[in-house]
Design a protein. Structure first.
Length: 106
């Protein structure tokens, strides 16, 4: 008989991967690591994302405290998205993934 070792994931680690692994979230964060962006600019960089999906993901990331939305009272109204301190802290996790991808994926 083989003894079975039980493994448990840290709930915070699991929650992080569920958030970052959700389609588009990691890519949106990656785009915003380069600086502020307007909705249309982010949408243009992420070819294939619908406006509806981008809006939904930005709201979710804002709710998580990763993205902030700034509204400028101009005509027309200008809205910019940027990373919070919490969001910028993800650079130290995403940069090694970028390096890995460049080395191992075609």
């Amino acid at each position: 008989m083989t003894d079975r070792v039980e493994h448990h994931l840290c709930p915070r680690f699991e929650r992080t991967f569920l958030l970052l692994g959700k389609r588009w979230n990691g890519l949106i964060i990656r785009v915003l690591l380069d600086g502020k962006g307007r909705f249309s600019e982010i949408e243009q960089v992420l070819s294939g994302i619908s406006g509806r999906m981008l809006s939904e993901r930005l709201r979710e990331l804002e709710h998580e405290g990763i993205v902030q939305r700034e509204v400028f009272s101009e005509i027309p109204v200008r809205i910019e998205y940027s990373l919070t301190e919490k969001g910028r802290a993800l650079a130290s996790a995403l940069d090694p993934i970028q390096n890995w991808a460049e080395k191992w994926l075609e």
